[in-house]
Design a protein around this ligand. Structure first.
Ligand code: ADP
Ligand code: MG
Length: 243
């Protein structure tokens, strides 16, 4: 289990996450929704310790970090390896092929042999429908293909959780579907995923849990079914606007 307890994050004087406490389950897909500026990206970056909270505790399985405190860089790096990130703009290494992108972390960070990493990467690229594109460079791939490489790259590190920040927001609708399908397949296989998206139809298809954020606090956290059938006015207004 990944837990955030009483976490506060601010930028300048502005509080972005306010006394935030949530437990995320493994082997489930949690979808985070909420208006722009509500703190969704900040939450993912905090989970990953790309932002340090001003106060509060983060814990994953046996490891925990309580702020404010000073932590060893090596402990933070080891913790970060529990998370794979998939960004809106793919952020592939432009000078590496699809295969090169996927084996980079396993060979450089996990010290796998090139042969083992290549074998695994080939399987993963196959799994995301890119068996024919292993040698293509990012600029030779569509946005949807690039994002599928990014997902394969995240999976190759065998993280505890994959965190997606609006993974299809930069894609045309016809390319969005191929990326959503990959995330949906992973949800069915009970991968541990936390997905920020504005696509509530997709959220309804894949989410075990929904976390609805507004202005840095939790407005709803519970079953997807409970969210989409809620009688709460704020939830109903939000879903009406977005669906
Ligand atoms: P969302 O992803 O839900 O749109 P964000 O987490 O990006 O929201 O942002 C939440 C708030 O925090 C916004 O008001 C944003 O301007 C502010 N914010 C986010 N990152 C930074 C930063 N690095 N520096 C200053 N303010 C930031
Ligand atoms: Mg965001």
């Amino acid at each position: 289990m990944l837990s955030l307890k009483n976490v506060n994050v601010s930028f300048d004087q502005q509080a972005v996450l306010k006394d935030f406490s949530v437990d995320f389950n493994q082997n489930q897909t949690t979808v985070i929704v909420g208006p722009s500026g509500s703190g969704k990206s900040t939450l993912l970056r905090t989970i990953n310790l790309l932002n340090y909270p001003a106060s509060g505790t983060l814990s994953l399985n046996q490891t925990s970090f309580t702020f404010p405190n000073h932590f060893k860089a090596s402990d933070v790096s080891r913790y970060r390896q529990n998370f794979g990130m998939v960004f809106q703009n793919f952020e592939l290494f432009p000078h590496l092929s699809a295969l090169g992108n996927v084996i980079e972390g396993p060979t450089q960070v996990l010290k796998q042999s090139k042969a083992d990493a290549t074998q695994k990467a080939t399987d993963l690229l196959n799994q995301v429908g890119l068996a024919q594109k292993t040698d293509a460079y990012p600029n030779e791939l569509s946005g949807g293909q690039q994002q599928r490489v990014a997902i394969a790259r995240a999976l190759a590190m065998e993280p505890e959780f994959i965190l997606y920040d609006e993974p299809t927001s930069a894609l045309d609708p016809e390319l969005e579907g191929e990326v959503l399908k990959v995330i949906k397949d992973l949800a069915k296989k009970r991968n541990s995923q936390i997905v920020v998206t504005h696509n509530l139809n997709f959220a309804e298809e894949i989410a075990d849990h929904i976390l609805f954020l507004e202005e840095g606090h939790v407005n709803y956290y519970g079953s997807a079914q409970g969210f989409f059938n809620s009688e709460n006015d704020r939830i109903k207004n939000f879903t009406k606007k977005m669906m």
